[in-house]
Design a protein around this ligand. Sequence first.
Ligand code: COA
Length: 381
Amino acid sequence: MVETGVTNNFVPGLEGIVAAQTRLSSVDGQAGELIIAGFPVEELAGQATFEETVYLLWHDSLPTAPQLAEFRAALAARREVPATTMDLLRAAASQKVAVIDALRMAAGTLTLAEPDELESQALALTAAFPTMVAAYWRLLNGQEPLAPRPDLGHAANYLAMLFGQTPSAEQARGLETYLNTVVDHGMNASTFTARVIISTQSDLVSAAVGALGALKGPLHGGAPGPALDMVFEIGDAANAETYLRQKLAQGERLMGFGHRVYKVRDPRAEVLSAAAARMFQGNGHQALYQLSRQVEQTAVALLAEYKPGRNLQTNVEFYTALLLHGLGLTPDLFTPTFAIGRVAGWLAHCFEQQQLNRLIRPQSVYVGSKDRRWIPLEQRV
Ligand code: COA
């Protein structure tokens, strides 16, 4: 096939290329600003329930009280997953499949259950993510899955399904703030993947499964685990400077610092740090929070010294790890929990893409040879 209009202005990683117009979120890396459907993240994340945020993204307005009640009930009613999904999770647990991979496999089975109605499918996907993660995590740890709790909100139900206890209001608020903070973030790799898939007129389940595959990679879903490991290794604020200097002198990267887009402090770090501070007030993690703040301050100062002009600041991963750890989540749950928040953003992008759809089909520049001649197998050396 002849490609028309091919030019040579290839941009590796599509950096700086505009691939969509969106009303869902705006990321300004120079100003350190994240807007979610019109709200600065600092305004939205700590106040909205996750259900309100999802409604806002899908409908472009905050719900009224009756709309919210209906939306919450519709999500809660879809928390049970099909028996086939549970069978798959049991089989995966027997093979010790990683939690994020089990989530991807299980999400793929949801196509068996839902009728062909878009918002209903989106509700089913969003509602099923916490159930699948919690059920799988328990199976992996030799425990039976727990039934969803329709009386609880989305975030609180996830914690209850993991640990078998009703979380405190502070814990539920902490998780809700996290889910709101990560629900959407411009044209990131998994969101782009979801839009590419839906642009072929494929279905929402396929888009979410593909997006999960993109999210899993360490360059995207990130590795909040290592940021926390670093704080644990430092152990005491008095060790921070020596430890961090040694890492930097060896040319190592400090986990939880630096960002491709943000050149000032990631606004999500600010929101999550405040959420962690509130959640840890008066409980056993207070000392860990204080240590993290001190590690952060020392790290930012040393990064300025070792990498002048790079503006390396705290990123979202640093406080994600602390917050999720404080909720009792193990590191293997960090990326799946990110997906529990982000799936609602993927689906919002799918709706947006569908409204003015044009097949996403970029071009490539051929850099191979053009004059090869066929050599029969027996003559090849
Ligand atoms: N610690 C130490 N040095 C760092 C650093 C970090 N966390 N992040 C970037 N740098 C340095 C690089 O070594 C490079 O230095 P050099 O020019 O002397 O070689 C310079 O800063 C620019 O790095 P670059 O890789 O071009 O920046 P990027 O925009 O591609 O990187 C990240 C973005 C997030 C990949 C990078 O900052 C990083 O690896 N951070 C640590 C991992 C992490 O926290 N990931 C979660 C991201 S949300």
